[in-house]
Design a protein around this ligand. Sequence first.
Ligand code: SF4
Length: 301
Amino acid sequence: MFIYSGGEPLMRKKDIIALCERHNDCVFLSFTNGTLIDEAFADEMLRVGNFVPAISVEGFEEGTDFRRGQGTFARVKAAMELLHRKKLPFGLSCCYTSQNVEMIGSEEYFDWMVEMGAKFCWIFTYMPVGNGAPTNLIATAEQREFMYRQVRAFRKTKPLFTMDFWNDGEFVGGCIAAGRNYLHINANGDIEPCAFIHYSDSNIKEKTLIEAFQSPLFMAYRAGQPFSDNLLRPCPLLDNPGALAAMVEKSGAHSTDMQFPEDVHDLSEKCREKAEKWKPAADRLWACSHGCAGCTGHEGK
Ligand code: SF4
């Protein structure tokens, strides 16, 4: 399975369809703002049968247009209606922040996704990646717990397959990066452990994938995974302060940001406070859902 993240991958929609055609034993998924999905492209999707879009939406009209530009929501909605009419499977991709978490986690929003015909929803949380990325958008521990509870509750009641990239760590044995289950290659060819981790010691133009798997950075990941016994704290960046910085330093990996390389220690420090506040909440939820001795009756079990 190959996933395109972007920028906007559908700027290359002809090439993506050509790849779908050539590799018909693979599935291709693209995160997209949905604005380039038109009748002709939907027909191409029907013809090849192995391309699935995950349309990025941040809540309803106000939230989506705030993040992605005026008029985006109306175009996205039209794309979803078109896909639904042609019986093409598609999903949504939602990034929750401290500002929109109540909307993204609301029953109204989940019902709307189902009503639009989405089959699945990827749920991500905001990461302060990049120089100058604001930290006040990181969800608080209370907000992350709210999403944990909402997503699990709606799984029992709504016909929508949800994947929460951080809070579902327990279902995949923790961090899946650095070739354990996946890796990320950026537009420059840098082979990165994860789509959120922009550090690398390998480039696909110089190394094979097998060589990259054996590189110092990937081997450091492999040695460290899982980064916590509590799989509700899977991430070496977001949940385990210092873990990513230590691996990058030890491996000699470099920042792959082509404009403004970010010091890994600065990045780690941006997440420290939220990580420290998430730990007690995550430990309580983990104990409750995995049979804590003397549990006083939290609803996890
Ligand atoms: S590095 Fe963090 S975001 Fe990436 S796969 Fe691991 S846990 Fe998830």
